[in-house]
Design a protein around this ligand. Structure first.
Ligand code: 13P
Ligand code: SF4
Length: 303
């Protein structure tokens, strides 16, 4: 492993590349990553980096978002099998149909979506800012796509806004069921329970804290508690256990693994740096439209 890391680091310098990694990636990717974080944090870095190449260790929509924000950079996805199942649940035709069924309502699009779908939205959001973004619109009704569970979470936090959600979901987070959480609470009565808002609303109800991957990690860092039950993808537990060995982090269900996120390997990263293959492209007119929705999100001031 040492040898491959050295090769990647050498090529990174030669090619003026940076490596961005989502915190659901295989944990060894962090050994070469310049930044590790959630979708929002990584998008912000992709927007302002002066690197010439961005290697995005994440799923396709994340690399595509980086390309939309930084069109003059070469964006490489280490393994092209890394797609997000939720993003694939809605395409352009379905998004248009959804809008046609509910005309003249502002459309908020979760970044876990394709460029074509983002291009149909007024503004994007991520799991860390969805509530703030919807609140910032100051309207009584919004269309929300594709994740109906993130939509339910926003609706719960903003009872004065009617959220009409598309029926997409994350198959990984939906594997968690309320009984598993209740059983774990009995086994670990002193633990804090943390959930990602992509979980089912009946599961989210049982949490002490709900947030994006980075927000969950920050909560654990700051908390005085010693034990944490984690309701999001395994990569978060791997990183927390590594970074805070004095605390205990337990994945609520061992089925909380996003296999699509795990395709990218160190070998794949070396390969794309060596060959420049697996480049992500977005057609320019489409890019400009999708950029508008992402840029409005990035520019929105949130508390
Ligand atoms: P974050 O917004 O927390 O990065 O989550 C992205 C994701 O794909 C969750 O499943
Ligand atoms: Fe997509 Fe779910 Fe995997 Fe996140 S965890 S990348 S939403 S399939």
């Amino acid at each position: 492993m040492h040898e491959i890391i050295e090769k990647i680091n050498k090529l990174k310098k030669e090619r003026k590349a940076i490596i961005l990694a989502h915190c659901y990636q295989n944990v060894e990717i962090d050994l070469v990553a310049d930044y590790v974080g959630d979708s929002l944090g990584l998008s912000k870095i992709a927007a302002k980096t002066d690197a010439e190449i961005i290697v995005f260790a994440g799923v396709y929509f994340m690399a595509e978002t980086a390309k939309i924000l930084s069109p003059n950079k070469k964006v490489l996805l280490p393994n092209m099998n890394s797609g997000c199942q939720m993003a694939q649940m809605i395409d352009l035709a379905r998004m248009q149909e959804f809008k046609a069924q509910h005309p003249n309502i502002p459309v908020v699009c979760y970044v876990n979506s394709t460029a074509e779908v983002k291009a149909q939205a007024d503004i994007c959001c991520t799991s860390s800012n969805a509530v703030d973004i919807v609140r910032s619109l100051g309207v009584k009704k919004v269309l929300f796509a594709p994740d109906c569970y993130l939509g339910s979470w926003v609706a719960k936090k903003l009872p004065d806004v009617e959220i009409i959600s598309y029926n997409g979901f994350c198959p990984t987070h939906l594997r968690l069921v309320p009984d598993e959480v209740k059983k774990m609470r009995i086994l670990y009565p002193d633990a804090a329970v943390l959930m990602h808002p992509e979980c089912h609303q009946e599961v989210v109800k049982l949490a002490d804290f709900v947030g994006s991957t980075t927000q969950i990690m920050q909560y654990c860092e700051r908390s005085k508690k010693k034990t944490f039950l984690i309701g999001t993808e395994k990569g978060v537990v791997d990183r927390l256990s590594r970074d805070f060995p004095e605390k205990e982090f337990i994945l609520i269900s061992d089925r909380l693994v996003c296999h699509n996120m795990k395709y990218n390997t160190l070998e794949d990263i070396l390969y794309v740096l060596e060959t420049g293959e697996n480049e992500v492209f977005v057609e320019e007119n489409l890019r400009k439209l999708a950029y508008g929705a992402i840029e409005r999100m990035v520019a929105t001031k949130v508390n």
